[in-house]
Design a protein around this ligand. Structure first.
Ligand SMILES: [Zn+2]
Ligand SMILES: [Zn+2]
Length: 195
């Protein structure tokens, strides 16, 4: 038996539990930018996913943010799933270390396209119709103002009303989340390892 030596090539590979180990995923990890095999080994012999608390699987490990220690690693699939379900403000950055995820959009395989889940209730539809009506009225008002059919003061008053009560931050977030769930029916976000 050889004594443990942090620099032997085998130590540079993340621990795997034999049967499940796949050369491909290990190669993926080794070629992943930001993957530091020695840190991996020094921190823990058994990395666990901070989302599912599971160990080695067929899914490659990722370290998408600057968290370290026991909360450094996630399975790529777990991260993808979490980002698709997370509250809107937690999709952009890690809630622990505040690191902004490095992301890019990628077209899903056609077989994975889904219908967007909007969960619209009756009052959501009413509110959307009112938003659309008042926004249309606002733009029509600007058009009439430019043509001299409406006074600038009246239009400014309407604009401030619209900005304060209709086009609020809450509504902007709501429409962003609708847009996001529509977009994610055929696109998926790929997160990269943190730099
Ligand atoms: Zn996991
Ligand atoms: Zn983090």
């Amino acid at each position: 038996m050889t004594s443990p030596d942090k620099t032997t090539p085998s130590d540079k590979l993340p621990p795997s539990n034999g049967a499940k180990s796949s050369t491909k995923s290990i190669d993926d990890m080794e070629s992943t930018p930001g993957f530091v095999a020695n840190d991996f080994w020094l921190e823990s012999n058994e990395p666990t996913c901070k989302i599912c608390f599971g160990g080695e699987s067929d899914d490659p490990w990722m370290s998408p943010c600057r968290c370290s220690g026991s909360i450094k690693w996630v399975h790529a699939a777990c991260l993808r799933k979490w980002l698709s379900m997370a509250p809107y403000n937690q999709r952009e950055a890690c809630s622990t270390c505040k690191y902004n995820y490095r992301k890019h959009w990628r077209l899903k395989a056609l077989s994975n396209w889904t219908m967007p889940t909007l969960n619209l209730q009756f009052w959501d539809v009413v509110e959307i119709c009112l938003d659309a009506y008042s926004t249309l009225k606002m733009f029509r008002g600007i058009w009439h103002m430019l043509q001299g059919k409406k006074s600038i003061v009246a239009q400014m008053c309407y604009f401030f009303f619209w900005r304060t009560f209709i086009f609020t931050e809450r509504r902007i977030l709501y429409y962003k989340s609708i847009a996001c769930s529509m977009v994610t029916s055929f696109l998926e976000l790929d997160v990269e390892n943190a730099k």
